[in-house]
Design a protein around this ligand. Structure first.
Ligand SMILES: Nc1nc2c(c(=O)[nH]1)N[C@H]1C(S)=C(S)[C@@H](COP(=O)(O)O)O[C@H]1N2
Ligand SMILES: [Mo]
Length: 405
């Protein structure tokens, strides 16, 4: 397997994340070696774990049976990522058919509303129906570019997907319960995948609170790209919180609550906190809204030899909780930029936009970069250094080096 190396520099900087200022976190100068494989199965010849044996092995990089990444070139040539190519991130094991039972009878309790109720999936399906496109992206996507030793899957670009979800708007569910109770500040979703493990719920339950306002866009989804929501993606029912990082899209959801306080489980309180290297604690911001980001999907080392002449540089750009407005592409490592065109359908502000720049390249080596903007924010050059390698949207690390022959 041939590998090439791209060396990029990062230098000191401070950063902002979402609306919360994280002062005092700064990168020390570092040389970051980034390795791209030219062939699939760069993780060795491991097969797919059993619970996702229906997935497309060639599209995936297996970090572990809890972290399976999509190859950079396999997130979809068109806008939506095929289910067989979508990454998997499990804190708890995927529930089995036996544990789930009859899907139509799956139950979710709704509280923190005027009239708390429990609905079966069949009942939810009568309350409302909608389809939205969102980006599912792990908070740690891009972790593999960090220079310090970060615990967790070394994701590069492929802990992300653009997916069409079908389900019921949370707003319709809230209306059916007489509205949200006064005093609620958060929408809290609880997964029940910890239950079969018998582990302490405070440590094992994936329960996530998001600011209440997120309920207006959120849905409870039972379908993913036209298929019943696969167990591995949280079937039969999952909260989709558009514009928010993956963890806030709770799989196997059994409880939805409008709460005055944030959940106090581990996955809310201590995990997913964006803290300086060497520090941790719930005083740091949690991974909620995603920042503006883009990356090139083609050409890369994965997509084969690039011949001199006309080249299509293609990628995806996301605006976070706002629409992606523009994206610029550089073929010289960021010295000069050209505006790329958005192509394909616009599936709304929570989906990514595909972009393309047609250019002519002669033989040589090139560093291809992309930089997206949502009108208010533009991708920074450098990552914000942080302990667990979250929320990386720096364009430099996401560059690809290609040889044109
Ligand atoms: N119930 C539950 N929800 C969960 C998780 C989990 O382990 N259990 N993992 C979270 C994380 S960290 C991410 S990135 C996404 C991954 O979704 P996927 O496996 O469908 O790609 O689901 C989130 N929701
Ligand atoms: Mo994640």
């Amino acid at each position: 397997m041939k590998k090439s190396k791209v060396r990029v520099n990062s230098s000191r900087r401070n950063f902002l994340t979402g609306s919360a200022s994280v002062a005092g976190l700064a990168a020390t100068a570092a040389i970051v070696p980034i390795t791209f494989a030219t062939a699939n199965h760069k993780d060795g010849s491991k097969g797919l774990p059993n619970f996702i044996n229906w997935k497309n092995r060639d599209a995936l990089i297996i970090h572990s049976d809890k972290g399976i990444e999509t190859h950079r070139s396999a997130i979809g040539e068109s806008i939506v990522t095929p289910n067989a190519n979508v990454y998997i991130r499990n804190n708890m094991p995927t529930m089995t058919d036996a544990q789930i039972g009859n899907r139509k009878n799956w139950k979710i309790s709704v509280s923190g509303v005027k009239n708390p109720k429990t609905f079966t999936l069949a009942q939810l399906q009568k309350l409302g129906h909608t389809t939205i496109a969102t980006i599912l992206q792990c908070s740690g996507n891009g972790r593999g570019f960090f220079a310090h030793k970060v615990r967790g899957s070394q994701w590069k670009t492929g802990a992300a997907a653009c997916v069409l979800w079908t389900g019921v708007p949370v707003k319709a569910v809230v209306d059916a319960c007489g509205g949200i109770s006064s005093g609620a500040v958060f929408m809290t979703s609880s997964g029940v995948d910890h239950a079969p493990t018998g582990l302490d719920p405070k440590k094992a339950m994936v329960e996530r609170s998001v600011p209440k306002k997120a309920y207006k866009d959120a849905i409870l989804a039972w379908e993913m790209n036209g298929d019943p929501l696969p167990n591995s993606h949280g079937g039969p029912l999952r909260t989709i919180t558009p514009g928010y990082f993956g963890i806030n899209n709770v799989k196997h959801v059994g409880k939805l609550a409008f709460t005055e306080t944030e959940s106090d489980v581990k996955y809310m309180k201590s995990s997913y906190r964006i803290s300086p290297i060497g520090k941790k604690g719930s005083q740091y911001p949690t991974c909620w809204e995603m920042p503006v980001k883009s990356w090139i999907t083609r050409p890369t080392d994965e997509t084969g030899t690039v011949k001199a002449g006309k080249v299509q540089i293609v990628g995806v750009a996301m605006g976070g909780t706002k629409k992606a407005r523009s994206v610029k592409v550089s073929v010289d490592g960021g010295n000069s930029w050209k505006k790329a065109k958005f192509i394909g359908p616009d599936l709304g502000k929570f989906a990514w936009r595909q972009f393309a720049l047609e250019t002519t390249l002669s033989a040589g080596t090139y560093t291809l970069s992309s930089k997206a903007s949502n009108g208010s924010n533009t991708q920074p050059e450098l990552r914000m250094e942080n302990r667990r390698g979250y929320a990386h949207n720096g364009w430099k690390d996401h560059s690809v080096k290609i040889s044109v022959v």
